[in-house]
Write a protein that binds this ligand. Structure first.
Ligand SMILES: NC(=O)c1ccc[n+]([C@@H]2O[C@H](COP(=O)([O-])OP(=O)(O)OC[C@H]3O[C@@H](n4cnc5c(N)ncnc54)[C@H](O)[C@@H]3O)[C@@H](O)[C@H]2O)c1
Length: 358
């Protein structure tokens, strides 16, 4: 087992990364300091992993339907009702067992139940190496993704790589996309390593999976340490997300995975970077690599480019309705840049499926 510490202004916590560690969760946290526990999970994860969580029989559990649709006001209300009915108090702890959806929803419930109680994350998707660390919690609104939420750091993260072995290919790819993002914004060597290595979970040993997760979390942890509440450099973690979020919202949440939408956003941001900084970022090579992995690289043709630009201007990172993108001066060197609507639109038109660019 490997571990690292995430330091933030609101406290430090440990991230444990190992194979088969989920059923040791009680030994990895300050178990005796809590009055009670409550598990939030989703249907697919419940079926596969709930029974392997030490002591789960005695812990009230709330199971949400799998998928993005559960990050809703209605589901949040149901979770809060279940917490109240289970008589959780301020010394209780919520366990988020699942991917980013469960983590965001359960984390937001923890952030707001009785003005905030502890929660721990037991992530089960590759993508959750990103979502389980950093303390962003929340739900979606029809107007946009993750618009309702709170910063609330987990008390511990227990990442069991064994869970990744049962991920559907599409979910593996979705998480891999965020791993690539961490490499692109911070670590060219890691990017090169990834580009030489496998494309599917089966291509990696347990040790390599631990390495990938530790690398990704280290990048995120270093940035969150400097800027917990996204006043500055934390925005770099949104590389590929401005367009990615707009695509997810326009298509309807859950139509495309988060990582797939971010993959399109990253290719777009790379192109924008090349144009803006008059540089080359090995776009063709990276686009080909994404395609080999099975990640999309073009904007779905059913989407309107004008509507995407409007969505991007409503993004919570936009300032005064001006389009802002995280671009790369070079691999590992992100910067925040304001872009004219017309420039963004023009590039978007050439990024649509079938436009010849892909
Ligand atoms: N809070 C943050 O900082 C942050 C960062 C990135 C993404 N996110 C959010 O994370 C969410 C996406 O997370 P996700 O990709 O983990 O989605 P998810 O939680 O919906 O999981 C994806 C699918 O895989 C299933 N699943 C989970 N673990 C499994 C396993 N081990 N084996 C088989 N199936 C499994 C789930 O039931 C679901 O159907 C988005 O809502 C996104 O906004 C949050």
């Amino acid at each position: 087992m490997d571990s690292l510490t995430i330091n933030t202004n609101s406290g430090s916590y440990s991230v444990y990364i190992g194979t088969g560690i989920r059923n040791k969760w009680r030994e990895l946290i300050d178990y005796a300091s809590y009055s009670s526990f409550f598990i939030v999970t989703d249907e697919a994860v419940e079926a596969r992993y709930l029974s392997s969580i030490q002591g789960h029989e005695d812990i009230p559990t709330f199971v949400v339907p799998s998928g993005e649709g559960s990050k809703s006001f209605a589901m949040y209300h149901q979770v809060m009702t279940a917490l109240l009915k289970a008589d959780l108090d301020r010394k209780s702890c919520i366990i988020a067992l699942g991917g980013g959806v469960v983590g965001d929803l359960a984390g937001f419930a923890a952030a707001t139940y009785m003005r905030g109680i502890d929660f721990i994350q037991i992530p089960t998707t590759l993508l959750a190496h990103d979502s389980s660390v950093g303390g962003k919690t929340g739900i979606n609104h029809e107007v946009g993704k993750n618009l309702i939420g709170a910063f609330h750091q987990p008390s511990a993260v227990i990442f069991d790589t064994e869970c990744l072995r049962t991920l559907p290919d599409q979910e593996w790819r979705s998480g891999f996309s965020e791993v690539i993002k961490h490499a692109l914004i911070h670590d060219e060597h890691f990017l090169q390593w990834l580009m030489k290595r496998g494309k599917r979970v089966q291509d990696y040993t347990d040790e390599e999976l631990q390495f990938i997760i530790k690398k990704g979390i280290s990048v995120k942890g270093a940035i969150v340490k400097e800027d917990e509440h996204e006043k500055g450099i934390r925005a770099y973690l949104n590389f590929g997300h401005t367009l990615g979020h707009a695509i997810e919202s326009e298509l309807g949440y859950g139509t495309m995975t988060h990582g797939e939408a971010v993959a399109i956003g990253m290719i777009y941001a790379l192109k924008l970077s090349e144009e803006y900084f008059q540089t080359t970022l090995r776009m063709d090579e990276i686009t080909k690599w994404f395609q080999e992995i099975g990640l999309p690289t073009a904007v779905p043709k059913e989407l309107s480019t004008n509507k995407l630009v409007e969505r991007m201007k409503k993004d919570k990172k936009a300032e005064n309705k001006t389009l802002q993108f995280v671009l790369l001066k070079k691999i590992g060197q992100p910067v925040k840049v304001k872009i004219d609507d017309e420039d963004a639109l023009e590039l978007l038109r050439s990024s649509i499926e079938g436009s010849g660019a892909h």
